[in-house]
Write a protein that binds this ligand. Structure first.
Ligand code: 8GP
Length: 839
C-alpha cells in the first residue's frame, strides 16, 4: 500500500497535531478542534464545545493506538476474547482515557494555559449508563484490564439510545427521568454505517433434502432487522493496546417495508420502521429481577446474532475458508445468561448457513463458549415461555430441542432410570407452563462455568447448578471479581494515589499486589497523618457536593458511613435504617450521650416496578428528614440520600468513605464489587460473610474487618427450624421499639399505613433475615464507633486494608480467565516509527 502522505511531506511525524503529546501541541490541537469540529471561536464557545474539542483531541491519540492494534491482530491472526454482555456500564471516558494515555497532567496544564479548568470540562461529560449495576460495571472493568494486559479482545453489546434512567427524589420518592445520554452527541464512538448485519425474527421453518442428499432447514422470517455497528476504542493503561467495544443499534431494513409503502400504507410502513428501531431504544432497568418481555428476548438475540455474524466475518477476512477452526480464533465469554441464546445461534449459523455437520458444529460451539453466573436469586434466573420463544425464534427452538435431546440421551447413559434428574437437567422446564431455561442452555453449551466469588461458586455447585456440577465437575471454577485500580483509584482518588506513589513508586497501578509494600508504613506516624489528611480532603469535597446537591450540611469530621448500590431487599438498606433509628433512640433517651458524630450516606436506584425497593428509598428519606431536623440530635447524626447514584457519583463517594456498609443476607450477594472499591480507597468494612466480603476479610485480616451476622449455614439452620422473626422482635425491646416507631407514623407525619408493608413483612416473614441479624449488627456498629475514637488505630487499619487489596484488581481476575478458560496470550502493539497514516 502507498502512503497517504503527499510526496515531499516529511514522513517522520514526531509531534503532529493528531498524535503529539507536548503541552504546546495539545493546546494547538484543542483550539484546532474547537474551530474545525465545533465550529466556534473561543469567545462564543460553551463549556460543552470545549469539552467536545478536548474529547476529539484525546480521541485522535486513541485512534493511533486503536488502528495499530486492529492491524496487528489482523496480521498476526491473534486469538481473541469476545466478551458478550447486554450491559457495559463504562462511566465517563475522558478522564479515564487521559489517565491511561499518561496525559492527565499535560492536558490539565494545556487547559490551564488556555484559561480553562480541566475538572470543569470533565464534569461536562454525560456518562453512558448502558448498564444496571454490578454486572455491567464488571464488564467495563474487564475491558480496561484486557487492554491493559494487552490481550486481543472485543466487547459486544447493545447501543441503547436510553441507558439506565436518571433518578430524582421528589418528596422522598424516586422519580425516573429518561436518560438522554446521546443528546449532545458522543465523541467516543465511531459509527460504521457500512458495517450492517441482518437479523431475522419470527416466521416459520421448512426442511428439504438438497441435491447432495443433505437435510436442510430454511428459516423464513416474518421480520428482518439490521444491526449497525458503533465502535468505541478501549485503551489500556500506559500501553499501546486499544481494544474494540462494538455496540449494535437496530435499524429498519431499507427495502423491507416497500410493499406496505406501495400499497399506500405509508403509516404502516413507518410504524414498521419504528418498531424495528425500538429493539435498541432502552435498557431494561431491572437488576436481578427477571422481566419476561418479548422485547428483551429480541434485544438479546439481536446483539448475539450481530456479534457472531461479525466474528465469522472477521474469521473469513483473514483467509480462512471453512469454519472448522473458529474456536481457535475466538473464545466467547457469556456475561450471565443474557447472551446465552448465542449457543443456539452459533449452531444455526454453522449448521444451516455454513452446512457443517451437527456433531462438528456442536464441538466447535462448546469449545467456543464459557459462562459466568452472577446471581443465585431464583427470580433472576432467566426463562422464556415456550410459545413466546417459538414464535420469535422458531428455528432456535428446534435447535434447542435437538441439543436437549442429545444431551439428555447422554445423561440417561450415565444415570439410567433417573427420570427425576432428567427433568431437573432438561433445558426445557416442563412443570406447568413450559419454559426454556437459559442457564441450562448456557451450561450445556459451554466448556467452562464460573461463579464470581469463592462462596458464590460453591453455592452455585450446591444449588442452582448442582446437577450440572455432578455431571461435569471439571467445567466448574471460581473467578473472584475485581475492579480496575485505574478508574477506582488513580482517576477518582488522586490524593491517595500521589501519597502511595511517593512512597512505593507507581508500579502498583499495574501490579496491585505491590500495595503490600505499604504495610510497614502502617506504623509510621508521619505517613498516617498524611493518610488522614487525604481522607479528610476527600470528605470535605463530598460534603460540599452534598450541600450543593441535597442542601444538607454534613460535618467532614464525622464518621462517613456509606451504603451505595442498587436498592434491593436482599442488600438490606433497611437494616442500616434500623440501626440509624436505634442510634437515634439512644440519643433521645440520653441527650448527653457522648456519641461519635456520624453521617450515613445512601445512594442507589430501585427498579421502577419494584415497590418495596421504592418504599425503602422513601423510608430512608423520611427518617433523614426527621433526624436531620431534630435539635436533640445536635448534629451527631445526619442521614443523606444522594440522588442518581451512578459511576460518576461513585468516583466521588468511594474516596470519601470511612466505613463501607456491605450488609447483604449471607448467601445472596454473589460477589459485590463496591466492597472492593471502598476498601481500596481506605474505608473499613462492616459486613456479613457474603460474596467477596469473605475473601476481603481473609486478605485484610479478621482484626481489620467488622464482621457481624449469621453465616449461610446458620441461616439454613434457622429456616430448617422454622424462622419466626416475631420472636426476635418480641424478645428485643430496642428492636421492637424501632419497628413500632416506624409503624406508628413517627417518620411519616402520622401516616401509619405508609411503611406498613415494610414493617409487616419484617414481623411476619422477613425473607432476608434482618431481624435475625439486627442485634449482631447493632453491636458490631458500636465496636466501629469505639475504634473510630482511636484515630491512630483506625488509620492503621485503613492503611493495612489498602495494602492488602492486591487480589481485588480486575487485572488478577482477567489473568485467571486468560489462563484457565480462554487460553489466550498477550500481543504487543508497536506503533510505527514513521507516520501514523502509513499502514
Ligand atoms: C451482580 C451481583 O449481584 C453482584 O454481587 C456481583 O458483584 C456483580 O453481578 C458482578 O459479578 N449481578 C447483577 O448485576 C445481575 O445479575 N444483574 C442482572 C440483571 C442484569
Amino acid at each position: 500500500m502507498t502512503s497517504l502522505i503527499p510526496p515531499g511531506c516529511p514522513t517522520v511525524l514526531t509531534e503532529d497535531d493528531r498524535t503529539g503529546t507536548s503541552i504546546e501541541t495539545l493546546r494547538r490541537a484543542f483550539m484546532d478542534n474547537l474551530f474545525f469540529i465545533q465550529g466556534r471561536f473561543p469567545e462564543v464557545a460553551t463549556k460543552n464545545d470545549y469539552y467536545l474539542a478536548l474529547a476529539y483531541t484525546v480521541r485522535d491519540r486513541l485512534l493511533l493506538r486503536w488502528l495499530n492494534s486492529a492491524k496487528t491482530y489482523r496480521d498476526q491472526e491473534s486469538r481473541t476474547v469476545c466478551y458478550l454482555s447486554a450491559e457495559f456500564l463504562l462511566g465517563p471516558h475522558l478522564g479515564n482515557n487521559l489517565i491511561n494515555l499518561g496525559l492527565y497532567e499535560a492536558v490539565e496544564e494545556a487547559m490551564r494555559q488556555t484559561g480553562l479548568n480541566l475538572k470543569e470540562l470533565l464534569d461536562q461529560e454525560e456518562e453512558p449508563g448502558l448498564g444496571n449495576g454490578g454486572l455491567g460495571r464488571l464488564a467495563a472493568c474487564y475491558m480496561d484490564s484486557l487492554a491493559t494486559l494487552e490481550i486481543p479482545a472485543i466487547g459486544y453489546g447493545i447501543r441503547y439510545e436510553y441507558g439506565i434512567f436518571d433518578q430524582e427524589i421528589r418528596d422522598g420518592w424516586q422519580v425516573e427521568i429518561t436518560d438522554k445520554w446521546l443528546r449532545y452527541g458522543n465523541p467516543w464512538e465511531i459509527p460504521r454505517p457500512e458495517l450492517i448485519l441482518q437479523v431475522k425474527f419470527g416466521g416459520h421453518t421448512y426442511s428439504y433434502t438438497d441435491d447432495q442428499g443433505r437435510y436442510r432447514v430454511v428459516w423464513e422470517p416474518h421480520q428482518v432487522i439490521q444491526g449497525v455497528a458503533y465502535d468505541t476504542p478501549i485503551l489500556g493503561y500506559k500501553v499501546n493496546t486499544a481494544n474494540l467495544l462494538r455496540l449494535w443499534r437496530a435499524e429498519a431494513v431499507e427495502s423491507f417495508d416497500f410493499q406496505a409503502f406501495n400499497t399506500g400504507d405509508y403509516y404502516g410502513a413507518v410504524n414498521q420502521k419504528i418498531a424495528s428501531e425500538n429493539i435498541t431504544k432502552v435498557l431494561y432497568p431491572n437488576d436481578e429481577q427477571l422481566q419476561g418481555k418479548e422485547l428483551r428476548l429480541m434485544q438479546q438475540y439481536f446483539f448475539c446474532s450481530c456479534a457472531l455474524q461479525d466474528m465469522i466475518r472477521l474469521y473469513k477476512q483473514s483467509g480462512n475458508k471453512d469454519l472448522s477452526r473458529f474456536h481457535e480464533k475466538f473464545t466467547v465469554q457469556l456475561n450471565d445468561t443474557h447472551p446465552a441464546i448465542s449457543v443456539a445461534e452459533l449452531m444455526r449459523l454453522l449448521v444451516d448457513e455454513h452446512l457443517m455437520p451437527w456433531e462438528q458444529a456442536w464441538d466447535i460451539t462448546r469449545q467456543t463458549f464459557a459462562y459466568t453466573n452472577h446471581t443465585l436469586l431464583p427470580e433472576a434466573l432467566e426463562k422464556w415461555p415456550l410459545d413466546l420463544f417459538g414464535s420469535l425464534l422458531p428455528r432456535h427452538l428446534q435447535i434447542i430441542y435437538e441439543i436437549n435431546q442429545r444431551f439428555l440421551d447422554q445423561v440417561r447413559l450415565q444415570y439410567p432410570g433417573d427420570n427425576d434428574r432428567l427433568r431437573r437437567l432438561s433445558i426445557i422446564d416442563e412443570s406447568g407452563c413450559r419454559y426454556v431455561r437459559m442457564a441450562h442452555l448456557a451450561a450445556v453449551g459451554s466448556h467452562a462455568i464460573n461463579g464470581v466469588a469463592a462462596l458464590h461458586s460453591e453455592l452455585l455447585k450446591q444449588t442452582v447448578l448442582k446437577d450440572f456440577y455432578e455431571l461435569t465437575p471439571q467445567k466448574f471454577s471460581n473467578k473472584t471479581n475485581g475492579v480496575t485500580p485505574r478508574r477506582w483509584m488513580v482517576l477518582s482518588n488522586p490524593g491517595l494515589t500521589r501519597l502511595i506513589t511517593e512512597r512505593i513508586g507507581e508500579d502498583w497501578v499495574k501490579h496491585l499486589d505491590q500495595l503490600r509494600r505499604l504495610e510497614p508504613l502502617a506504623e509510621d506516624r508521619d505517613f498516617a497523618a498524611q493518610w488522614r489528611s487525604v481522607k479528610h480532603e476527600n470528605k470535605e469535597r463530598l460534603a460540599a457536593y452534598i450541600r450543593d446537591r441535597v442542601g444538607v450540611t454534613v460535618d467532614p469530621h464525622s464518621l462517613f458511613s456509606i451504603l451505595v448500590k442498587r436498592i434491593h431487599e436482599y442488600k438490606r438498606q433497611h437494616l442500616c435504617v434500623l440501626n440509624i433509628i436505634t442510634l437515634y433512640q439512644m440519643l433521645k433517651d440520653n441527650p448527653q450521650l457522648d456519641m461519635v458524630p456520624q453521617t450515613f450516606i445512601f445512594g442507589g436506584k430501585a427498579a421502577p416496578g419494584y415497590y418495596m425497593a421504592k418504599l425503602i428509598i422513601k423510608l430512608i428519606n423520611s427518617v433523614a428528614d426527621v433526624i436531620n431536623h431534630d435539635p436533640a440530635v445536635r448534629d451527631r447524626l445526619k442521614v443523606v440520600f444522594l440522588p442518581d447514584y451512578n459511576v460518576t457519583l461513585g468516583q466521588r463517594v468511594y474516596p470519601a468513605a470511612d466505613l463501607s456498609q456491605q450488609i447483604s443476607t449471607a448467601g445472596y450477594e454473589a460477589s459485590g464489587t463496591g466492597n472492593m472499591k471502598f476498601a481500596l480507597n481506605g474505608a473499613l468494612t462492616i459486613g456479613t460473610l457474603d460474596g467477596a466480603n469473605v475473601e476481603i476479610r481473609e486478605e485484610v485480616g479478621a482484626e481489620n474487618f467488622f464482621l457481624f451476622g449469621n453465616t449461610v449455614e446458620q441461616l439454613q439452620e434457622l429456616w430448617r427450624n422454622g424462622y419466626r422473626p416475631w420472636e426476635f422482635a418480641n424478645s428485643n425491646p430496642m428492636l421492637k421499639r424501632v419497628l413500632d416507631l416506624i409503624g406508628s407514623g413517627y417518620f411519616s407525619h402520622g401516616d401509619t399505613a405508609l411503611f406498613r408493608p415494610i414493617v409487616e413483612h419484617l414481623w411476619q416473614n422477613d425473607r432476608y433475615c434482618l431481624l435475625a441479624d439486627y442485634q449482631s449488627y447493632v453491636d458490631c456498629h458500636q465496636q466501629v464507633l469505639q475504634v473510630y475514637q482511636d484515630q491512630a488505630q483506625w488509620t492503621k487499619m485503613s492503611i493495612l486494608n489498602v495494602a492488602r487489596m492486591g487480589k481485588f484488581s480486575s487485572d488478577r481476575a482477567i489473568r485467571e480467565y486468560c489462563q484457565d478458560i480462554w487460553h489466550v496470550e498477550p500481543v504487543k502493539i508497536v506503533l510505527p516509527a514513521t507516520s501514523y497514516m502509513t499502514p
